[in-house]
Ligand binder design. Structure first.
Ligand code: PLP
Length: 426
């Protein structure tokens, strides 16, 4: 019997599952080839020890989490939950209200019928929060970066990007036709050299505000000076700063004492602000209007869902209402960094809750993270190619929701494990 007829019959008599398993023996040649090719690549990833293991949480994201297959709970030091909003009762309640009032989602992109009053409200709030003319929401900051450069730059223009910029900036730049330059991490001299030799029309400097693997802060004041000298624009991705960095949480430019220095800010709503999802670009109104008209991740992807938008609005209320959480986060950061230093460990980066505990070789970083996990503390080791060879580390991220006891427990555990595995001599 012809295969198609067999399949039809099987579907008609309800034995679809059996028929599919019979089909497995006659797999399409294209799929067989794909499996072979991918098997090789997957083996390569394992050989390079860059395989990503995903632990499955069985609890909400918080400072204490439970993990599938593990007993008890873990003190969590590896989320971007800087202000503790991921599971904050008021944020969760706002998301629930948003769900009830505006439904689960829009089933549409923004310009067809996917714009609700809360999307407009959030865009206005974000623009006002940053003191900019207008803002545009995206499904993520990855999308915001993917949609920025291609929309605003042509072959007549040029983009100058810090070597350690986030993958979404790198990918966004790949999509555009402007001339592309990469300057060494935070190297203003090299950047100036590139700017001075460029005859492009628009010159756009782009940098992370805070670099996520290193906890280092971008030299925003110096970048602004260069931008002014060479009639360039400055774009800052402030995903690891918005809401908590700087006195009032306005981000890296506020922390550096140059509020307003960036011409364009892209940021996420998936870290400090709500922790759910979403991203945005804020800046000159002509740019935002252009993005609404031509930016592909905005035009061709669903509107952010109402519960997520409502959670972000509530988070902004909390960010603006009080400095308490930022203060607590600063104290936690100070105590953790000084505790580890006293224990003989090296914590890289600037004055930021991203605290990379530097170890050196990859196996040692894995051993350190495993030892912490055995003590109920969830941290992650990073090694090449995510960070340069020989600079493997365990990255710790602090939250305002960590208690002083949580911080002490983490410091104590780091000290014990580091001594046990010989990173620190006892
Ligand atoms: N930009 C930076 C600097 C980031 O660290 C991240 C997230 O890791 C993103 C963009 C992407 O943010 P989102 O999760 O909103 O896509």
């Amino acid at each position: 019997m012809a295969l198609r007829t067999q399949l039809l019959r099987a579907v008609c008599n309800g034995s679809q599952a059996r028929q599919f398993s019979e089909l497995k023996g006659k797999e399409r040649e294209g799929v067989i080839l794909l499996r072979d090719v991918l098997d090789d690549r997957l083996r390569e990833i394992k050989r390079a020890k860059t395989w990503k293991h995903e632990r499955v949480l069985t609890s909400p994201q918080d400072t204490k989490v439970t993990v599938q297959g593990a007993k008890g709970d873990f003190l969590n030091f590896c989320a971007n939950n800087y202000l503790g909003f991921s599971n904050h009762p008021e944020v969760v309640e706002a998301a629930r209200d948003g769900l009830k009032k505006y439904g689960a989602g829009l089933s549409s992109v923004r310009f067809i019928c996917g714009t609700q009053i809360i999307h407009k409200e959030l865009e206005q709030r974000l623009a006002k929060f940053h003191g900019r003319e207008d803002a545009i929401l995206y499904g993520s900051c990855f999308d915001a970066n993917a949609g920025l450069f291609e929309s605003m730059l042509t072959p007549e223009d040029a983009v100058f990007s810090d070597a350690l910029n986030h993958a979404s900036i790198i990918d966004g730049i790949r999509l555009c036709k402007a001339q592309k330059y990469r300057y060494p991490h935070r190297d203003l001299n090299e950047l100036e050299h590139l700017l001075a030799h460029s005859e492009s029309r628009i010159k756009l400097i782009v940098t992370d505000g805070v670099f996520s693997m290193d906890g280092t802060v971008s030299p925003i004041a110096g970048l602004r000076t260069l931008a002014d000298k060479y009639r360039a624009l400055l774009a800052v991705d402030d995903s690891h700063a918005t809401g908590f960095f700087g006195d009032t949480g306005r981000g890296t430019e506020e922390y550096c004492g140059v509020l307003g220095a960036a011409d364009i800010i892209c940021s996420t709503l998936g870290k400090a602000v709500s922790g759910a999802a979403g991203g945005y670009t804020t800046g000159p109104k002509e740019l935002v209007t252009l993005l609404r008209n031509v930016s592909r991740p905005y035009l061709f992807s669903n509107a952010p869902p109402p519960p997520v938008v409502a959670a972000s609005l509530k988070s902004l209320d909390l960010v603006e209402q009080s400095d308490d959480l930022r203060q607590r986060l600063r104290e936690n950061t100070r105590n953790f960094r000084s505790g580890l230093k006293a224990a003989g460990l090296t914590v890289a980066g600037d004055d930021h809750p991203i605290c990379p505990v530097m170890v050196g070789e990859a196996p040692l970083a894995v051993e350190l993270a495993s030892g912490m996990l055995e003590r109920g503390i969830y941290v992650v080791a990073f090694s090449y190619p995510v960070v340069p060879k020989g600079l493997a580390r365990v990255r710790v991220q602090l939250s305002a929701a960590h208690t002083p006891e949580d911080i002490n427990r983490a410091v104590q555990a780091f000290s014990e494990v580091a001594r046990k595995i010989g990173i620190v001599k006892s």
